[in-house]
Design a protein around this ligand. Structure first.
Ligand SMILES: [Zn+2]
Length: 208
């Protein structure tokens, strides 16, 4: 496995008290150790591949974003900073812009992963089905490439809907498993419809 660290070094370490308090806001490491880091090496470091724990996830901050906040606080405290990237043990000096670009692509990847997870466990349905217990009479896949949920199945009551009437639901909630056989038969760009719960599904091309 690759190792990837980003470090920050303070090159004017006279005013350590201010810098320690900037770091201590985000880091529970004992003050003496933080001080030692500031004076002798990297003031603060982040394992770039660490996505953080559940609490970080809930707060929508991860160790990379916390690193960036520490950097901002250090800059406000008057620190002159140098940044280093350590990749598989090779350390090179980098710019803050480089780190910001790295941060942007990391958060993009994370958002993508979260979206993929969401896609696997979710479908779309209308409030008639979810809240008014209407029968599911229409199943189709989102086939509009501009829609972020393209490829996701929607389970609807059979009436026409505004986009605001359709929401993301758990597959379990919708009883996804009961529809697997019809979903397997349904080609992309087609819809399955039935008159009521006892009728056969009829597959036809989806009209926009
Ligand atoms: Zn509906």
């Amino acid at each position: 496995m690759n190792t990837h660290w980003i470090h920050v070094k303070i090159t004017n370490a006279e005013n350590t008290i201010k810098y320690i308090s900037a770091i201590r806001k985000y880091d529970t490491t004992p003050i003496s150790i933080i001080k030692n880091r500031i004076l002798t090496g990297f003031a603060y470091s982040v394992d770039w591949q660490d996505d953080g724990d559940f609490i970080d996830y809930m707060n929508e901050t991860n160790p990379r974003q916390i690193f960036r906040m520490v950097v901002d606080d250090l800059i406000s405290s008057g620190a002159n900073l140098e940044f280093y990237e350590e990749y598989n043990g090779n350390t090179t000096i980098v710019s803050l812009q480089f780190i910001d670009n790295l941060l942007q692509s990391a958060e993009g990847i994370q958002a993508e992963v979260e979206l993929d997870i969401e896609r696997e466990v979710s479908s779309l349905s209308c409030y008639h089905v979810m809240e008014e217990n209407h029968e599911i009479l229409h199943i189709s896949q989102i086939d509009n490439e501009d829609n972020i949920w393209v490829g996701m199945f929607q389970f609807l009551c059979g009436n026409n809907h505004d986009s605001g009437e359709i929401t993301l639901v758990d597959n379990e909630e919708i009883g996804y498993e009961n529809f697997i056989s019809i979903i397997d038969e349904l080609p992309f760009g087609h819809q399955a419809e039935r008159e009521d719960e006892k009728s056969e599904w009829i597959i036809s091309p989806k009209l926009d």
